[in-house]
Design a binder for this molecule. Structure first.
Ligand SMILES: NC(=O)c1ccc[n+]([C@@H]2O[C@H](COP(=O)([O-])OP(=O)(O)OC[C@H]3O[C@@H](n4cnc5c(N)ncnc54)[C@H](OP(=O)(O)O)[C@@H]3O)[C@@H](O)[C@H]2O)c1
Length: 231
């Protein structure tokens, strides 16, 4: 069965690990939506990979800006959405954020995934739809300095839980909020670079790194792909 996988943020970290897993799968056509593509990706010429370059903090209209309708062909019996792109920035004390940085982060972390999920469901009514929202422990737990990240991740979980409830009797739609755990990516590097003043528990993240408790993005991607039989 041919599948269409739509994934955001593929040039590095977990998104890149998923990208590499799907790349070699003949039966998967992948739409990779990313603000940047890495050196290997820009050399890829494969009719099963559609690259859409987009800064998702500037997405306002999916149909006009991404033209996903061009790819929702009936040859695909299943559409999989992996909501991966996100930023932990700005890390700052509440009361010290720039307005612009709040708007940008909410656009990327929450508005873009909501727009994409709505567009996918609206335009693929007769197909099986599987949504994997890459969430975080921060969706459920406040962390000082991460006010925007925690609240956007939390908002996404509520949206996808609402979708799950709405579709509980529909066997064609499946929704998962997944916490990948701490991974050795640029996001963690960024966290470790913060001061105690802004992020009092920064030492904990340094310790997790020092004691090799971070999982690799590849390990996490493979674990998710196999647990949920995505291929
Ligand atoms: N790392 C962890 O420990 C951890 C823990 C729990 C949950 N998570 C979640 O796991 C997912 C992947 O995180 P990661 O650790 O792989 O992060 P990462 O290494 O920082 O990668 C994030 C991805 O999102 C993309 N992105 C950022 N801003 C974008 C924008 N404006 N438009 C389009 N794409 C943009 C990045 O591309 P650019 O290079 O263009 O910025 C990159 O491809 C995220 O949803 C994160 O919240 C991570």
């Amino acid at each position: 069965m041919e599948k269409l996988v739509i994934i955001t943020g593929v040039n590095k970290g977990l998104g890149n690990a998923f990208f590499n897993v799907f790349l070699s799968e003949e039966k998967i056509t992948m739409i990779a939506i990313s603000r940047n593509f890495n050196d290997e990706q820009i050399k890829i010429k494969n009719k099963h990979v559609i690259f859409i370059k987009k800064d998702l903090s500037k997405l306002n209209n999916v149909e006009e800006e991404l033209k996903l309708n061009n790819y929702y062909s009936s040859q695909f019996k299943e559409v999989i959405f992996i909501n991966n792109a996100a930023s932990i920035n700005p890390i700052e004390s509440i009361g010290n954020f720039d307005d612009e940085s709040i708007v940008k982060a909410v656009q990327l972390n929450t508005i873009a995934p909501l727009l994409l999920a709505n567009n996918i469901i609206k335009n693929n009514k007769s197909k099986r739809i599987r949504i994997f929202n890459i969430s975080s422990g921060a969706a459920k737990r406040p962390i000082i300095g991460w006010g925007i990240y925690c609240s956007t991740k939390s908002a996404n979980e509520m949206f996808f839980n609402t979708l799950k409830l709405q579709e509980e009797h529909n066997k064609h739609i499946e929704v998962h909020n997944l916490d990948p755990g701490v991974m050795d990516t640029d996001m963690q590097k960024n966290i470790r670079s913060k001061t105690k003043k802004i992020m009092p528990n920064v030492e904990l993240f340094k310790e997790i790194h020092k004691t090799n408790q971070l999982k690799s993005a590849q390990e996490v991607a493979l674990e998710i792909v196999s647990t949920y039989n995505i291929l």
